[in-house]
Structures are given as structure tokens and as C-alpha cells.
Write a protein that binds this ligand. Structure first.
Ligand code: PMV
Length: 320
């Protein structure tokens, strides 16, 4: 028998607090219904390997590929004895485009940590898994706040602050958001570094804005609880102006947002995640989602509507 384990984790969107969360503000994030799936099974080859589509690499090779997965895998291998290190294959499938700001690196590191730990017979708790995924994500992120990992781990809607307990917000009525990927990939770490420079240049304004973003995050939670999409839309528009001020919007993103704001049923829109390209989210009238998506996706094919799935990291039944 081929032994096999599998886990999956959702992508995420940030509703409020991206970038400022790195400097101590509250942030609000939600899981989306796009997931990364990771499967681990015995493999009759000389070395453990990673496969994603037609991309293949061994865990021991430093060819620059799969930095997140390799960090997580090496971390796990350091916890088990050599005899357990029979050759295995980690295969990844994902419906989250990498570099889109939709949490693919956090989701892949969590799903990988979950599936590989299980394969190795390790029982890791939520904190151990998230610490491991955080270390993996740090490889591509530079200075991550941890909000992505917490969102993909917990699912649902979360209120997050660095070095504090993550709070999962219970919603009596869930809601849907419009997500549009601009098609332009970007590097989170470069943008985070750009914002740090901005903070050095304007320390007082930046501090005040970080405090204001924290307040806005708490207001976003209230809007979500009350399913008040009009209020959420207006908060999104306000946040977008703050993200512009710190220099993470671009002309293309500004034009994309203008376009989306013109679509029927859209109540406000903003960058989600690091910016510089990536994706935007919009608060929409909950009764006209289908027609909003239809009109937006003509021009922006990678658009979808997501509700807020409650499940974060989960172990799957293996395929065989
Ligand atoms: O990589 P992204 O686009 O999901 O951005 C993460 C959010 C930031 O606040 C920009 C960085 C962080 O680690 O919090």
C-alpha cells in the first residue's frame, strides 16, 4: 500500500489593515473559497521531491524553487529520525494564483505543514503549525505580520494584531465580497520595505494613520456583524486612500478600482494585501452579486465572488 496524507487551506483577503498591521495596527481578514491542496505519498525515487504542475524539485536542492515548501519540509524533517525519511513526494494543486495577494504562500505553507506532519506521524497543535508556516512564509515575505497565516489557519473572519491572540468573529449572517485579480504579480517584501521607508520619512503622520487604521478595522468588524455593506464599502474607499498615501497603489490599480466602482451593485473597493498590482476587493449589494460579477468579468476575467468559508486548515481524505 502507498501511504498517503493530504491537507488543504483556504486563501484569504484582507478587509482592513494591510501594511499598517506590520507596524502594530488591527487588521481584519477573511478566508475565501479558493484553496491550496497538498498531498504527501511514498515515492520510489532517490530523494524526496515536490511537484506542482510540470515544476519538479527535490527538497534538498537549493535551486530557488518552492522556498516556502522547502522551509516547511526541512523543518519537519529535522523533527523526525532518519529512518522515517523514506522517499516521499509532496504534490501541490492550487486555485489561488501566486503573487496575487490572495494568500497562496500562507495557504501552501500551512497545508504542507499539516499533510507532511501527518505523514511523518507527528502531532502538531495549531500554534506549532502556524509557527512553522510563519517561518516558511518569512522566506518570501521579509517581515510578515502573521495575518495571512492566521487567516488561512482559522478560516472565517478574523481580527488580528501582532503579538495578540487572534479573534475569530462570529457572523450571524455571512456575506459575499467581489474579488478581482489585476493579473499583475508583485513582491510583498518589496512593498513592505517601501512602506517602512515611508514610515521613516513621515513618522508622525504614519503613527496617526496606524492608529486610525486600527479604529477603522474595528468599524469593519461592526459593519460585517451587521451585514452593512454600504458602511463596509465606504470604509473600503477610506482605506484605499490611506493605502494610496503610503504608496502601494499604482495607476493601473487606481484605474481598475475606478472601473469596478462603476459596475452595478458595487459599494466601495480597495486593494487587498500588499498592493503594487495583486488583487482588489469590493463590497457589493448582496442581492445583485451575479449581475455585478457578469459585468466585471467581461473586462477582468480573473474575478469571482466569495463568501466567507468557516473552515481553515483541514485534513483531507487521501485520494487512494
Ligand atoms: O502578501 P499579501 O499581499 O497577502 O500581503 C500581506 C499583508 C501585508 O500587510 C502587506 C504584509 C503582512 O505580512 O502583514
Amino acid at each position: 500500500v502507498i501511504r498517503e496524507t493530504a491537507a488543504s487551506a483556504p486563501g484569504k483577503v484582507i478587509l482592513s489593515g494591510e501594511h499598517f498591521v506590520v507596524h502594530g495596527s488591527y487588521s481584519v481578514a477573511a478566508a475565501i473559497n479558493r484553496r491550496v491542496h497538498v498531498r504527501v505519498r511514498e515515492f520510489q525515487g532517490p530523494k524526496p521531491r515536490i511537484v506542482l504542475g510540470d515544476q519538479v524539485s527535490t527538497i534538498s536542492s537549493d535551486d530557488g524553487s518552492f522556498p516556502v515548501v522547502k522551509t516547511v519540509a526541512r523543518d519537519i524533517l529535522s523533527m523526525v529520525t532518519k529512518t522515517n525519511q523514506d522517499s516521499f513526494e509532496i504534490s501541490i494543486t492550487s486555485d489561488i494564483p501566486p503573487g496575487s495577494g490572495l494568500g497562496s504562500s500562507a495557504a501552501v505553507s500551512l497545508a504542507c505543514a499539516g499533510a507532511l506532519a501527518d505523514f511523518m506521524g507527528l502531532t502538531l497543535n495549531k500554534n506549532e503549525l502556524s509557527d512553522m508556516a510563519f517561518r516558511g512564509e518569512s522566506k518570501v515575505h521579509g517581515n510578515p505580520s502573521g495575518v495571512d497565516v492566521q487567516s488561512c489557519l482559522n478560516g472565517g473572519l478574523i481580527l488580528f494584531k501582532k503579538n495578540s491572540q487572534t479573534e475569530k468573529i462570529s457572523l450571524r449572517n455571512s456575506f459575499c465580497l467581489l474579488v478581482v485579480f489585476s493579473g499583475k504579480k508583485r513582491s510583498t517584501s518589496k512593498l513592505v520595505a517601501k512602506v517602512a521607508k515611508r514610515r521613516e520619512e513621515y513618522p508622525n503622520q504614519f503613527k496617526r494613520m496606524t492608529e486610525s487604521v486600527s479604529d477603522i478595522s474595528l468599524e469593519v468588524v461592526e459593519a460585517a456583524k451587521g451585514r452593512d455593506m454600504r458602511r463596509m464599502g465606504s470604509l473600503f474607499t477610506l482605506i484605499q486612500s490611506q493605502l494610496s498615501w503610503i504608496g502601494v497603489s499604482t495607476l493601473e490599480i487606481d484605474m481598475l478600482i475606478e472601473d469596478i466602482l462603476g459596475a452595478n451593485g458595487v459599494l466601495g473597493a480597495k486593494i487587498t494585501g500588499a498592493g503594487g498590482g495583486g488583487s482588489i476587493i469590493a463590497a457589493i449589494d448582496q442581492d445583485s452579486g451575479d449581475s455585478t460579477l457578469k459585468s466585471v468579468s467581461q473586462k477582468y476575467p480573473y474575478s469571482f465572488i466569495s463568501d466567507i468559508p468557516q473552515e481553515g486548515l483541514r485534513w483531507e481524505k487521501p485520494a487512494s
